[in-house]
Design a protein around this ligand. Structure first.
Ligand SMILES: Nc1ncnc2c1ncn2[C@@H]1O[C@H](COP(=O)(O)OP(=O)(O)OP(=O)(O)O)[C@@H](O)[C@H]1O
Length: 240
C-alpha cells in the first residue's frame, strides 16, 4: 500500500465460474487524488470494483480503507464506512419523485440526513430539476447527478465510478469533468474512475492503472502510461 493511501487493495485474486478473473491485483489511491482505471473489454475492471465495494469476495487478497483491512465487511457495511460506488447504468426508482428518492437516501441508515444535506448535495452536483419530477423522467445526466447527490450527502471517503461519462454528450462530459475535479480538489475525496475515453482520463486523472487479462500491466502518470509499449499493445492496438 502506498504511503498515505486512503483506499486500495493488495494481492487480490478472484475466480468466477472456474475462470481466473483477477490475478494478484494491487492498487491504491490517496485522498484528493483521482486514479483512472483502464483496460480492454473484459480486463476485469468492473469485477475489481465488485471486490473493492464488497459485492464479490476474492479468493485471496485484502481491501484497505485508511490502512485498515476491510476483511469480510459486505457492500452495505463498506458503504456505511464511506466507500461509495456508482454504476455504468444510472438506474433510479422510476415511480418515485426526486424528493422521494432523496428522502429514501436520507433515511437509508442512521444517522439520518436532513433535507438541508440533500439540498446541499443537489447544489454540489448541479442538479437543477424540480423535486416533484418523477425520477424516471430525468435524462441520463440528471439521473447520474441524482444518484451522485445521494452518495455525496453522506460525505464518502472514497468514490468508485464505473464509466460515469457513458451516455453523456460532450457539453455534459465537460461539466462532469469539472464536477469530478471539484470533488477531488475541494472535498479531498479519493476517486477511482473506470473510463474508456483515454483523452478524458488524460485530462483529469492524476494517475492511471492499466489492467489486462485480470493483471496490472502498467501504472503511473497518464502521459507515461499511454506511451508504455505494453499498454499500447494490450489496449490501443487491441481496442482498434
Ligand atoms: N459473474 C461472472 N461469472 C463468470 N465470469 C464473469 C462474471 N462476471 C464477469 N465475468 C468475466 O470476467 C471477465 C472480466 O469482466 P469485467 O466485466 O470485470 O471486465 P471489464 O474490464 O469491466 O470489461 P468492460 O470494459 O467490457 O466492462 C470477463 O471475461 C467476464 O466475462
Amino acid at each position: 500500500m502506498i504511503e498515505g493511501a486512503r483506499f486500495g487493495c493488495e494481492g487480490v485474486s478472484l475466480s468466477l465460474g472456474g475462470r481466473q478473473i483477477l490475478k494478484n491485483v494491487a492498487l491504491a489511491v490517496r485522498g484528493g487524488e483521482m486514479l483512472g482505471l483502464i483496460g480492454p473489454n473484459g480486463a476485469g475492471k468492473t469485477s475489481l470494483f465488485e471486490v473493492l465495494s464488497g459485492r464479490y469476495v476474492p479468493q485471496r487478497g485484502e481491501v484497505f480503507l485508511n490502512q485498515q483491512p476491510l476483511g469480510k465487511l459486505d457492500i452495505f457495511q463498506r458503504a456505511r464506512r464511506g466507500v461509495a460506488r456508482t454504476y455504468q447504468s444510472p438506474v433510479v426508482p422510476n415511480s418515485l419523485t426526486v424528493g422521494e428518492v432523496f428522502r429514501a437516501a436520507r433515511k437509508a441508515y442512521p444517522p439520518y440526513m436532513s433535507v438541508h444535506d440533500a439540498e446541499w448535495a443537489a447544489r454540489l452536483v448541479g442538479l437543477e430539476v424540480s423535486w416533484s419530477r418523477l425520477a424516471g423522467t430525468l435524462d441520463t445526466f440528471d439521473r447520474r447527478k441524482l444518484l451522485l447527490a445521494c452518495l455525496m450527502m453522506r460525505r464518502p471517503q472514497v468514490l468508485l465510478m464505473d464509466e460515469p461519462a457513458s451516455g453523456l454528450i460532450n457539453t455534459e462530459i465537460a461539466e462532469l469533468d469539472l464536477l469530478l475535479r471539484k470533488l477531488v480538489d475541494e472535498y479531498h475525496i479519493a476517486v477511482i474512475l473506470i473510463e474508456h475515453r483515454l483523452e478524458l482520463l488524460g485530462a483529469i486523472a492524476d494517475r492511471i492503472v492499466v489492467l489486462d487479462l485480470g493483471a496490472v500491466i502498467a501504472e503511473g502518470d497518464p502521459e507515461t502510461v499511454f506511451k508504455d509499449p505494453k499498454v499500447r499493445a494490450a489496449y490501443f492496438e487491441g481496442a482498434a
